[in-house]
Design a protein around this ligand. Structure first.
Ligand code: ADP
Ligand code: MG
Length: 233
C-alpha cells in the first residue's frame, strides 16, 4: 500500500495565520502571520512573554478558536472547513490538550479520567480501557488507577492529564504551560512522559512554556515576538 508521509498530509501545516480581537478602537492584532510546518514525531517549544499570544495560537491550532486569516492543516484536513459537529469530532480524535491546570473530574478515578475523551468517540478498533491502562502505566501510575485526583500529588495529576490527552492517539499534542504549577522534580517527570510518549506515538508535540529547562529538552524552539514566530537559539 502506498503511504504518504509529508507534513502536508500527516502532520501540522500553518500558513500566514492571523488573529485579531475586536476592541472599541483599533482591533488588537495578536497573531500577525504565523507559519509553521511540523511532521509527526516533531517536538517544538514555544516561548514568549506573557500576553504575546501563545495561548491564542494554541487554541487555534487545537481548533478551539478560529483564526481571522490564514490556514491550518492537521493530518491533511482543514478543520475550519468542517461543520461544527464534525469539527468537534475531529478535535476529539486529532487533538490532545494538556493545560497548566489538570482539569481532572474530582469524582472520577484516575482510570475514568483518562477515559473521558473516549466517552464521546474513539478510533475504530481501539479498546479504550486497555489503552488507558497501558498509558497510565507508561506515565508511572499503574498503582494509582482507583485513586481520585484529590489523592494524588500535583505531578501525578498532571501525568493523568497527559494520559487523557493521548488516549485517542491524537495527531497533535498541545501543552500550555504543562509544568507551570509543579516543583522541579515533578516538572521533570511530566516533561519526560510528554517527550517519550509523543515521540513513540509519532504525534506532533507543541509545548508552550516559560521553563528554559523544559524548552532546552525539545529539538525545536521558537519565540512568539510581535505576533510572529522566530527561531530561538
Ligand atoms: P499569552 O498566552 O502569550 O500570555 P494570550 O494569547 O493569552 O497570551 O493573549 C494575547 C493577547 O490577546 C493579550 O494581550 C490578551 O489580553 C489578548 N486577548 C486574549 N484573549 C482575548 C479575547 N478573548 N478578547 C480580547 N483580547 C484577548
Ligand atoms: Mg497563555
Amino acid at each position: 500500500m502506498a503511504t504518504t508521509d509529508s507534513t502536508e498530509t500527516s502532520g501540522l501545516s500553518v500558513r500566514d495565520l492571523t488573529r485579531e480581537y475586536p476592541t472599541r478602537g483599533e482591533p488588537l492584532r495578536v497573531l500577525r502571520g504565523v507559519s509553521l510546518d511540523l511532521a509527526r514525531g516533531d517536538a517544538l517549544a514555544i516561548m514568549g512573554p506573557s500576553g504575546s499570544g501563545k495561548s491564542t495560537l494554541l487554541h487555534i491550532l487545537g481548533t478551539l478558536d478560529r483564526p481571522t486569516g490564514g490556514c491550518v492543516t492537521i493530518n491533511g484536513r482543514d478543520p475550519f472547513a468542517l461543520p461544527e459537529p464534525e469539527l468537534a469530532a475531529f478535535r476529539n480524535r486529532e487533538v490532545g490538550f494538556v493545560f497548566q491546570d489538570h482539569y481532572l473530574l474530582p469524582q472520577c478515578s484516575v482510570l475514568e479520567n483518562a477515559l473521558i475523551p473516549t466517552v464521546v468517540a474513539t478510533r475504530a478498533g481501539a479498546d479504550p480501557e486497555t489503552r488507558a491502562r497501558q498509558l497510565l502505566g507508561r506515565v508511572g501510575l499503574s498503582e494509582r488507577l482507583a485513586h481520585r485526583p484529590a489523592e494524588l500529588s500535583g505531578g501525578e495529576r498532571q501525568r493523568v492529564a497527559v494520559a487523557r490527552a493521548l488516549i485517542n492517539r491524537p495527531t497533535l499534542l498541545l501543552c500550555d504551560e504543562p509544568t507551570g504549577n509543579l516543583d522541579r522534580k515533578s516538572a521533570q517527570a511530566v516533561g519526560d512522559v510528554l517527550l517519550e510518549i509523543a515521540r513513540a506515538e509519532q504525534a506532533v508535540l507543541i509545548i508552550v512554556t516559560h521553563s528554559g529547562e523544559l524548552a532546552a529538552r525539545l529539538p525545536k524552539r521558537m519565540e512568539l515576538v510581535d505576533g510572529k514566530l522566530e527561531e530561538k537559539a
